[in-house]
Each structure stands twice: as C-alpha cells, then as structure tokens.
Ligand binder design. Structure first.
Ligand code: MN
Length: 746
C-alpha cells in the first residue's frame, strides 16, 4: 500500500479510538481534498507536501481533539498555499471547520518574532486575541511542532527565526495552557538552533553517560516498583532524564556543570487516586533520604496552570539526588496535555460542541487560578479575546500596538505620536489605502501616510476615533494651532458679556485687579482666558461670572478696610477700578473764589463759599447768607438750614438772593448718601456705576449698619444738577439701593 495512504489509515484508527461513530468517509474526504490541493507541492525535505498536514493531524489526534480539529489540521495549509477557498471548505466540511482553517491561516500570515523583548508579551496576547477559538491555537501549536521537528531542512536563517518565534510565542503559550509535553519538545527543538553549541554540549554529555543513566533509572524504577507492589499499591513507575532546555537553563542560571545539576533525573509514580499519592510519598521517604525543603504539595495547592502532583527530591545509596513526582492518572493527563486534556474528558461526558462559551469559561477559570502577575496579564488577554474590547495591530516595523476594539487608523496614528496624527493625510491597512473610519482588525499591518503640508486633523475625526488618547490629542491641536483666532473671538465674546453685565473692561484690567482675576480663572494671562473662551474650553458667561465674583470679593475687602479705617481717619476709600489718586476731601474752604459761578444780588464781587451741609451745584435753586467774616455762604433753596421758618428774625437781612452764572470752575463737589440693603459687592457696584458715568469721585466711604443696611457716602464732582441727577439715577438702579439722597442739613 502507498505509505502515505497507510499513514492516513493509522490516523483514522487513532481518531476512531477516542471518537465513537467516527464519520470515516468525511475524514477520508478531508485527506483526499488536502492531498489533491497540495498535489505537486514538495516539502523542503523533498517529500510530498501532504506529509505535513497529515503529521499535524496526528499530533492533534494525539491530543485527542475533536474530529473538526483533526479535519482542520489536514486542511490547515489549503487556504494559504493552494487554490482552495474558505467557501470550498465550508461547503464540503461545514462552516465550523472552515472557520478553524481560516483562524489557523490568519495566525500563519503573521510574523511573530520581534526585535524587542518587551514586545513578546504583546505578541502572545495578539496571538490569543486573533485565534478566537482555542482549538485554533492548539492546531497552530501542533503545526509549529511538526515544522520544528523538520526544521533541519530549512536555511540556517529560517531555522533561527522560527526557533526564536517558537521560544518567544509558542512554548510560553503551550506552558500556559498546561501542555508540558509539547512545551518541552518545542523548547528543546528551538534551543538546538538558537544555541547549537550549548545544546550539543549537553546532548553529548548526556549521551556519553547514557548507559550509566539508563542503568540508574532502571535500578531506581525497579526498586520503587517492587516496594509499592509489596505495599499492595497499583501503580505505574517510570524515570527519565530531564529535558535539555531545563538542564540548559539551570546550568546557565546557576553557572553549574552538568554534574553539579541537582536533579537531573525525574521519576513519575502514577496511581489511581489521591490517598494512594500520599501513601506512595510515605514509602518513598522511607526508602530514600528526603532532601530538606524540596517537598511540594501541588495536589493541595495546584500550580497556576492546574498542574497537580506531589514533588519530592530524595537521595539514594548512590548519593545521587533525584526528583519523584507522584500523581493520579487524571492529573497526569492534565499535566501532559493541559487545556487539550479538558476536551478529552469533555467528549466522554457529553456530545457538546466545542469552542463554546462554556469552554472558554473553563479556560478562564484555569487561568484565573494563576497567581503571578504575568499570568494575570494573560488572563486579561484571554478575556480580551472573549469580550473583544481590545484590538492588536502591527506597525510596518512589526511592533505591536494595542488599541480599543473598533479603533481606526486615526487612533493608531495618535497612538504612535501626536505629530503623526496631526500630519496624517492617508492610511494603509495591509498595504491597501483605506478610509479613516475603517475599523482595524487583530493582526492588521497599519501604515500612516504623513505630509508636512497636512492641514491638521479635521473636527470630524473626533467622532470617528475610538480612543480617548486620540480625542484628547486632536482637541489639543485645535487648542494650540488656532490660538490667535481663538484669542480674537474669545476677546470679543468676553467684552460683549462684560458689557451685558455693565462691568467696564477697565475694571478688569486694572493693574491691582487683574492678577486676582487671573488667579480666580486659573490662567496665566488675559490672552489665555480669551483663547480658552475662543476654543470653547470655557464660555464667556462663565468667565465673566467668575470675574464678577472676584470683583465683588475685592470690593467687600476694601469696604471692610475702609470701615475699619473710618474709625480713626477721614472716611475715604479707594475702590478697585477707580482712579487711585483721589485725596481725602475737605469741603470747607472750597470754591472760595469770586469766579465761583455765583452772583450775589447787590453785592457784586464778594467772597462766596458753598455750604457744606447741602453742597449745591449749578442748576439748584440757591439762596445766600451773609456770614460774619466769611463772605456769602450759598445754600440750596431747599436746605433745611435755609428754611424760612428756621431763619432767625434778627438775621432776616442777612439772607440774600443769589443766582448761577457761567463760571470758570469745571466741576462742583457735592455729596450724596446712598442707603441700601447691605450685601456683598455693594460698594463695588456703586464705584463701578460712578466710574461708568465718568464722574470724578473724590471720596467714598461705606459703613455697615447694625440692622443689615448700609450707608455709603460719596463726594463727587459734577458740572451741574443735570449731571448729578444722572448720577443719582444710576445709583438708584443698583441692586439693593433704596434711597439716594443729596447730603443736607446737619
Ligand atoms: Mn503548516
């Protein structure tokens, strides 16, 4: 019979052993499909190509994976290397098989080696994420194992590349899935090409002593077997020399020669149940001298990858230490095949479909048992795979970039660098130009095309991108690049808002005020405030509200100071935003000149002064009183002190008619008193109203009254009564003010 066909039949038999009601026709169809698809192709060894998928299917069958997996293994290179398509396979063998083959093909297309050590973990994650179905990983690991077994036919460069990839990706994945047997073989095969000298050294030394080793192993095995039979324990015992890579690691890590390696030998005792394990342990410790501190109970505390066994190291009469591992058959299966063993048991239990959520649940539990952080990362990765909230893509250099699921080339570009995103003019995925809103898939190779002439990001990108990182960087760009523009629009909005609430810009920009305002809005300069408004970081209304708060606070502070000062000195206060050079005022003696704007009937050019009780201004009806020695004192006609009933009869002659004429005096000082409900910022509002009315204020004092009211005395200079009325009107419009009076009497 044709040796290849013979090999197929051996496979069919192997699968049949663990698969009841195996559809042999379907399996054979898969074999012939692959055989004819690969027709004419040769392996590097010169054999027909079909040998490889057949061998991979054998390894898959050794793991006792389900029939779909075996068929997928037979077909695993068809999509990649032959004319066959996903549809062809789906039609003949069903969509689940086609999906497995497609999954393996995707993993095959990726180069998994990286120059950077720290990229390895990312690559492993991506590997897991891309697989989706854990069977894809298992088939791929089997594929790699066969390729490593036949690596001798490849070029030295390819040997090193594939070996590195195996050491970095495949062996750790096999380890984490608990498949120790595959892991060891992958490691040893890789080491052979990665450090041929080191490998050969160990291999030669082991070979040199192989007969001694064999003798030792056989002797110990026999003694254990014998003793346990005497005890009536049903068991299987065998010994082995540890695998080369683990010896290699120990030699290098501990800088020891092969002779100095503590436990070169390992024996396994496999029994039927857990109590037997402990019985065996007792016997072993009775037969040989246990090495202190080397006993480990992985039955009570399984290893992270679900590995269970009792480990102990003992020394026999020969003085050679060796390790003994004691376990049940079930533990043995898990130790050898890990995740794959799970499928094996599952198949016996129910005819459930594989690769379902329940299977992932099991794997997740398995991995969640793992305690080291490395493993935690791995659990997270596996979850990523299942819940798909992350996507892993490559840069053209082969670096892995980790993005949220649904990420686009925009996210990718900004993940690389904001400068890359800001100058992006196009993107390629797997060599093809794509629109910016393309959702990236695991394993995609993404390339960003940049140009110095790029106009920068578009606002649409904010909607398209998926990561906060990209969104923030795009916003940042708009903030920075459009600064001038932002300042102009921000300033306009700010000033309009100030106008709206009747605060003069000068009240904000005054040198003693501005630093307080900027501190309040937490910005360094007024331009920054404008820019923030222009960019939309804040609104003009919000900014002005804060400005107002701050002005009020400052005003209140000043009023308090003034109130304190008023007790000892002339009542006078400088209000922020007002001219800082006002002097305390003394009304007495002002306007003493004959060009006071007053004509005294019948007296011509005489000394005139304005009464401090009522401070008349042009436009007020006035009356004069001839004082004794101080000229004519001019009162408002309605001044209580000038009221006819108050005039003493003996002084009737002294009251004279006076009237206003144009004078050289530009302004007249006059006093008003504001009564208001006391509140924060009242004084400030008053000061600002006066400032807005362009009135020169020479004194302003405020005092809080005990009943919640406030009295504010103002001395201002006005041209005439019209202007004064205008000012009074303004003051009356201030919130809380209920009365504004001209000073009079007293
Ligand atoms: Mn292959």
């Amino acid at each position: 019979m044709d040796p290849i066909l013979e090999r197929y039949h051996a496979l069919e038999e192997k699968v049949g052993v663990y698969t009841p009601n195996l559809d042999t026709k379907l399996l054979f169809d898969a074999f012939t499909f692959a055989d004819s698809a690969h027709k004419g192709q040769l392996r590097k060894s010169g054999e027909p190509y079909i040998i490889h998928p057949l061998a991979v299917a054998e390894i898959v069958a050794d793991l006792e994976l389900d029939v779909d997996s075996v068929i997928a293994a037979l077909l695993h290179d068809c999509i990649e290397d032959t004319q066959a398509t996903h549809q062809d396979i789906a039609k003949k063998f069903g969509e689940p098989v086609a999906a497995l083959v497609e999954g393996v093909t995707k993993l095959t297309r990726v180069q998994w080696t990286s120059k950077e050590e720290e990229q390895s973990e990312n690559l492993r994650k991506m590997f897991m994420a891309m697989a989706q179905d854990i069977r894809v990983i298992l088939i791929k690991v089997c594929d790699r194992l066969h390729n490593m077994r036949t690596m001798e036919y490849q070029s030295p460069r390819k040997q090193r590349e594939k070996s590195l990839e195996t050491m970095e990706i495949y062996a750790p994945i096999a380890h984490r899935l608990g498949m120790q047997k595959l892991k060891w073989e992958l490691e040893d095969l890789s080491l052979r090409y990665l450090d041929p000298v080191g490998y050969k050294e160990i291999e030669d030394q082991l070979a040199e002593r192989s007969s001694a080793h064999e003798e030792f192993l056989a002797s110990i095995q026999h003694r254990i077997q014998q003793r346990l039979s005497q005890e009536g324990i049903h068991c299987t015992v065998y010994g082995r020399v540890k695998h080369i890579y683990s010896i290699y690691r120990k030699m290098y890590a501990q800088n020891k020669t092969l002779d100095e390696i503590f436990d070169l030998y390992a024996f396994r005792v496999i029994v039927d149940d857990i109590p037997e394990c402990y019985n065996v342990l007792g016997c072993i410790h009775d037969m040989f001298k246990p090495v202190l501190g080397r006993f480990k109970d992985y039955i009570g505390t399984p290893k992270p990858n679900m590995y269970q066994s009792l480990h102990t190291t003992v020394i026999g009469r020969e003085g050679i230490p060796f390790e003994v591992q004691i376990r049940t058959w079930e533990m043995h299966q898990t130790a050898e095949y890990g995740v794959a063993a799970h499928w094996k048991y599952k198949q016996g239990l129910a005819n459930k479909k594989l690769g379902t959520e329940a299977d992932f649940e099991w794997v997740r539990k398995l991995l969640e048992n793992q305690q080291d952080t490395d493993a935690e990362e791995f659990v997270r990765t596996l979850k990523v795979d299942m819940f798909a909230d992350e996507v892993f893509v490559f840069t053209p250099n082969g670096d892995v970039v980790n993005l949220p699921a649904g990420a686009t080339p925009i996210d990718f570009a900004y993940n690389i660098h904001s400068a890359v995103g800001n100058t992006m003019v196009g993107a390629r995925v797997n060599g093809r130009m794509v629109p910016y809103d393309t959702q990236l898939q695991n394993g995609d190779i993404v390339e960003v095309i940049t140009s110095k002439a790029a106009k920068g990001p578009s606002r649409d990108w904010l909607q398209i991108c998926k990561s906060n990182e990209a969104r923030n960087k795009i916003r940042q760009w708009f903030k920075k690049e459009r600064r001038e523009e932002n300042i102009v629009t921000g300033r306009a909005a700010f000033e309009a808002e100030l106008k709206h609430v009747k605060i003069p810009l000068s009240a904000v920009t005054a040198e003693e005020v501005l630093p307080h305002i900027l501190r309040k809005v937490r910005l360094g300069t007024l331009d920054e405030l404008y820019a923030a408004i222009g960019y939309g970081g804040t609104t003009a209304a919000k900014a002005v509200a804060r400005v107002k708060d701050e002005l009020l606070r400052l005003g209140r502070l000043q009023a308090e100071k003034a109130a304190a000062a008023a007790k000892t000195t002339a009542e006078s206060v400088i209000v922020p935003g007002m001219s800082p050079t006002v002097d305390p005022v003394q009304l007495k003696g002002s306007n003493k000149h004959n060009d006071s704007g007053i004509i005294v009937e019948g007296l011509g050019n005489c000394l005139v002064k304005f009464a401090k009780c009522c401070t008349p201004v042009p436009g007020d009806p006035v009356i004069g009183f001839i004082t004794r020695g101080y000229g004519v004192s001019v009162h408002r006609a309605d001044c209580p002190n000038a009221a006819p009933d108050k005039r003493k009869p003996e002084e009737a002659d002294r009251w004279v008619k006076v009237s206003w004429v144009d004078s050289s005096l530009p302004n007249y000082k006059t006093a008003v008193e504001v009564s208001a409900k006391d509140r924060d910022g009242l004084t400030l509002d008053i000061a600002m109203a006066l400032s807005a009315a362009k009135v020169k204020v020479t004194a302003l004092s405020a005092r809080s009254l005990p009943d919640g009211h406030a009295a504010i005395n103002i001395v201002a200079e006005v041209k005439n009564k019209d202007e004064l009325n205008f000012v009074i009107n303004k003051l009356n419009n201030i919130q809380g003010v209920y009365y504004v009076a001209r000073a009079s009497g007293k």
